[in-house]
Design a protein around this ligand. Structure first.
Ligand SMILES: [Zn+2]
Length: 269
């Protein structure tokens, strides 16, 4: 059943999975995994990834979310403008992110305040971001730039000024896959976790189980996943034994369900 973002965020020590979906079969896979584990889940749509148009996908996602027992939030990931946020809310998204992380702090605060105002009118939750998580599947240019780590004072000021329900932070992760070793700044995370808001991890693909555990122990309560799902779906397609389209897609769905379930189990603890 569809729930506001703020109602599916767990207490400290656990993290809810937020899976970027680019097709209805992806959403079906994630929801079956959540039902199997009896866990809340977040279906995210990130327009910058270039999947089906949000207006086409949203009614289907809402229908699927309404037909399961577990709580499901429908979330706009990396919203790029207030217009996009408003459109998502009208399409019954229950959570929205306006990503103003690349803007000067005060401008990020101003846009996020307006996002919070809009979302509250719909009873929806809001995620903001301070610091920049770089990488191939991110909303920026991609490429190899270094992360702009979240400044704890800026994050505190942002939270107090906006009252967001969740805060995305940059602590060394990247959108997409890692070419070199991952350098997580757990000390910085510890400082950020003093802010009384659930912290969100972007760029979570390819981390080891012990890294996930350390991040969740450090205050991460929502974990976004896309790159690994996209690669897993492609692998399933290439190795697919189905003799026609639907046969192949059944294999994709099964592979996505398995991956989503294993992550959800690990993250929830
Ligand atoms: Zn992201």
């Amino acid at each position: 059943m569809l729930k506001p973002l703020q109602e599916v965020l767990p207490p400290k020590g656990r993290a809810v999975g937020a899976f970027d979906v680019v097709g209805l079969e992806w959403a079906e896979a994630v929801l079956e995994a959540a039902e199997g584990l009896d866990l809340p889940v977040i279906l995210s749509v990130a327009p910058h990834l270039g999947g089906p148009p949000m207006g086409a996908l949203a009614p289907g996602l809402r229908h699927l979310a309404d037909s399961v027992r577990v709580p499901v939030a429908l979330h706009l990931d990396h919203g790029e403008s207030l217009e996009e946020v408003a459109r998502a809310l009208r399409l019954s998204f229950t959570g929205v992110m306006l990503d103003g992380s690349h803007l000067p702090l005060e401008e990020n605060i101003r846009l996020t305040q307006l996002t919070v105002q809009l979302a509250r009118a719909y009873g929806a939750g809001v995620e903001g971001e301070v610091g920049v998580v770089p990488g191939q599947y991110g909303p920026g240019k991609g490429g190899e730039e270094a992360p702009q780590y979240t400044d704890p004072q800026e994050a505190q000021r942002f939270y107090e000024a906006t009252g967001v329900d969740a805060l995305a932070v940059s602590i060394g992760t990247r959108h997409g896959l890692y070419k070199g070793p991952v350098r997580l700044n757990l000390l910085l995370l510890k400082e950020l976790s003093q802010i009384p808001v659930p912290l969100v991890l972007h760029g979570a693909s390819g981390l080891r189980p012990e890294e996930y555990r350390a991040l969740i122990a450090g205050g991460i309560r929502k974990i976004n996943l896309y790159a690994e799902l996209a690669l897993e779906a492609a692998r399933a397609l290439r190795g697919g034994a189905g003799e026609d389209y639907l046969g192949l897609m059944a294999g994709v769905k099964e592979a996505l369900k398995r991956l989503a379930a294993s992550r959800m189990r690990l993250w929830w603890g």
